[in-house]
Design a protein. Structure first.
Length: 259
């Protein structure tokens, strides 16, 4: 209705009911709010228990995806499961079922997620994360007693031209804090065994005994195999690590690698 038509309607109501114009506006607004509330309730009631009962097996079959991902997968998932005879969607439910939004899917599955097993499950920490927790952290100010040679900072350099794709060689760089002595050894693959073998070869080439290894938080260094080798009675090598995202903690070796 146009604004002029609304004004004429209010004039007629005011003349017939003898109400103040503001009171008529207030009552008409209340009625429109009630109509909108009833429409919202009808919209929510479109998806009854039969829709939830059909949605739960599909949610389980998709490995409990979130609403946004399940919404995009739903048509293909229903077609595939029906084709192989694992699922049958009621024809009366299908039109509403395939028109659900991702927010509606999350709302309908909220109670199911809360009561399902594994709710609140978190991925267990990785093995190298546990090693990091009990390896001592050394900052750039922690070299006050480095007068004796044998305290090395180590790092890996990738020869990949800036693209970590495909196969390429790595270089293990070690720098002694007291003397500045540096060694570089090639590493074909960046796995735990290859890096440890390179450190063992490095130890044989040094003109002084290896006393401490200070590495970054790379899993190639922070792992159980490396920790066990350093803690062995015949080695007596102290393993420390720098802080995450603090390259200045390894300033000596970073100077050699050019980082």
């Amino acid at each position: 209705m146009s604004p002029t038509g609304k004004q004429r309607l209010l004039d007629q109501l005011q003349a017939l009911a003898s109400y103040h114009r503001k009171s008529l506006l207030h009552r008409s607004n209340q009625q429109s709010d009630q109509q909108q509330t009833s429409l919202r309730g009808q919209h929510r009631n479109r998806y009854g228990p039969e829709v939830v009962d059909a949605l739960v097996p599909l949610w389980e079959a998709s490995d409990r995806l979130c609403g946004k991902r399940l919404h995009s997968l739903l048509p293909q998932l229903v077609e595939s499961l029906e084709h192989h005879g694992h699922f049958q969607l009621d024809p009366s439910v299908r039109p509403r079922f395939l028109l659900m939004s991702s927010a509606t899917i999350d709302r309908l599955l909220a109670s199911v997620r809360q009561s399902s097993g594994g709710n609140g499950w978190r991925r267990p920490p990785r093995a190298h994360s546990g090693v990091r927790r009990h390896v001592q952290v050394r900052t750039f100010q922690g070299w006050d007693d480095h007068k004796q040679p044998g305290w090395l900072e180590i790092d890996l350099v990738a020869h990949c031209c800036g693209l970590l794709e495909g196969r390429f060689i790595w270089t293990l760089v070690a720098t002694d804090i007291a003397t500045g002595w540096s060694e570089s050894l090639p590493v074909i693959t960046r796995d735990v065994a290859s890096v440890l073998a390179a450190i063992q070869r490095l130890r044989q080439q040094l003109p002084f005994p290896l006393r401490r290894i200070d590495a970054d938080n790379d899993p190639a260094f922070m792992n159980a195999l490396m920790e066990q080798w350093c803690d062995a009675p015949e080695q007596e090598i102290e393993l420390t690590r720098s802080r995450a995202y603090q390259s200045n903690d390894q300033a000596w070796v970073e100077q050699k690698t050019g980082c």
